[in-house]
Design a protein around this ligand. Structure first.
Ligand code: SF4
Ligand code: SF4
Length: 132
């Protein structure tokens, strides 16, 4: 399994209504990060503050100039759903995540263990336990 190469596919795929966020996360944004909270509405993200419509692209996704790489403009404050990605090798396959290598597809259980180790600091243990 390779390191994330910041291809941006995951952000592009999920940010148009595919991300979930907790009421607690929104409440914290409202207190400490009102600029982010502006893009939440009725428990959903990312919603245009101007029109109230679901945005088709995450407002925090930034392309690295002259490169096909992307960064997150709210990296430390991004939703848990973003922090916990990727959760499963199957999900990575479906999303064509570029961390996957051919050998991971040949041995998906081993690849899942490797992924769980890589992600251990980014997500709660129960998520990894669920997919053992
Ligand atoms: S908040 Fe950051 S990590 Fe989440 S979809 Fe947007 S750019 Fe990607
Ligand atoms: S799809 Fe995979 S490689 Fe691409 S940015 Fe997301 S985690 Fe990284």
């Amino acid at each position: 399994m390779k390191d994330c190469n910041q291809c941006g596919k995951c952000c592009t795929k999920y940010a148009d209504g595919g991300l979930s966020v907790s009421a607690e996360e929104i409440a914290l944004w409202e207190i400490f990060k009102p600029d982010i909270a502006r893009y939440a509405s009725h428990g959903e993200i990312w919603i245009s503050p101007e029109t109230g419509e679901q945005l088709q692209r995450c407002p925090w996704l930034r392309q690295v100039p002259k490169q096909n790489k992307f960064t997150c403009g709210i990296y430390l404050d991004r939703p848990d759903d973003c922090k916990f990605y990727p959760v499963t090798v199957q999900q990575m396959q479906e999303d064509e995540c570029e961390m996957l290598e051919v050998k991971d597809l040949r041995k998906p259980k081993q690849a899942q263990k490797t992924l769980d180790k890589i992600m251990a600091d980014s997500r709660p243990p129960y998520l990894s336990e669920n997919y053992k």
